[in-house]
Design a protein around this ligand. Sequence first.
Ligand code: HEM
Length: 416
Amino acid sequence: MTAAVPRPPQAPSTPARQAPPGPALIEVLTRAAGHGSPAAFELDGRPMTLVTDPEQVRQVLACRPEVYVKHSHRARALLGDGLITATGDAWKRQRRLLQARFTVTGVRRYEAGIAAAAERIARRWSAAAGTGDLVDVGEDMRFFALDTIWRALTGDPLDEAAHRELAAVDTVVAALPTTAGAPTGDPAEVGAALGRIDATARRVIAAARARRAAHGPSDALLDLLLDASGSDAGDPDRLVRDELVTLLVAGHETTAQTLAWLFLMLHQNIHVPRTSEPGALVAETLRLYPAVWLVPRCAARDDVLGGRRVAAGSGVLVCPYLTHREPAWWPDPERFDPARFLPGGVRPAHPGAYVPFGLGPRACLGQQFALRETAALLARLLPAFTVELRDPPAAPVFGANLRPGGPLPAVVRRRT
Ligand code: HEM
């Protein structure tokens, strides 16, 4: 904080009951968190440790990454050996390659593409305001987020064919298990969707190669990936494909869900000024609805966390959703209050108390990109339009990402 609130005394960690599959996981975790942090429980017969205390979150994600490792990633079929799933030296190489393009300064090069993508949505909303047609806010946010990352990757605006093909990504993401080992969606459907994603990726990579041959290298991320790809003699495009799909998936679902939640928050909190600082609106939305609500790790060896033993091989779950709602750290935690993130606002100073982008070496590569694109879109839309959601979904879906439980149809009007 600016005014740090002390931790409450810890209750003994009692094993919670066996987890049912699927959406009830959040209930299991909420119950387990009630026993203190870290909390031991079983999930599908596997020993798990839930970590919600900010200092323990920091230990797991930032201080001891060699103990708390990524393991048998649930999205490997989709992401291959891209940055999210890679480990060891391969991860280090890839992270180093991409890092400079995603710093505060590095993302400036995407500003024109982001502005053009925001303008596209503004035009769509202007047209809908003229005709009175409903817009689907969730769909528009997904299109925007995909358009921005597509432009960064390829240098081109997202075209309708690619947009249609990439719907397959959502099929796969929706079918992902929430934690490693949990059941996945229909294998045939997922397999077909993966096939479509592969075909799209290969087509885009071939086009980028051809363009490079004709016109020389460009500023697009794909060119950077192609430059670095030469060494894989078997299939030089394989890692490029994996990284392309990784950036497409990581770079659009999370941003799209965050923006969807933000419009839902504004709908439910009419007292919050629409002209609030966009950065504060986004930050507070990410506190209450962190798209990555669960960050799983595996203990590579025995360890002690918060005075309790964590056995080698057990799963460790960091849960930003629960940590961000911990009343000892966040006064009146259920209240949507963007002022927490304005200068002088009361928020915890501990780096583990607010982790929507993770923490430590595996923290989000695209944080600055996400903050810039969301701020740019809101700065374009909020002063220009009013948004009235019709029948917004009531319950969140705690899946691979945290998302609103249905579409967000809305009437948009031009502000006078
Ligand atoms: C609001 C939007 C976003 C949120 C909430 C978010 C959240 C996260 C979180 C929590 C992690 C860490 C996961 C872990 O430690 O296991 C992560 C990793 C990652 N994110 Fe994001 N992300 C967002 C947007 C983006 C964007 C726009 C991109 C790409 C342009 C991106 C690319 C990545 C990548 C590549 C990783 C893996 C990094 C590594 O392991 O080295 N993300 N993200």
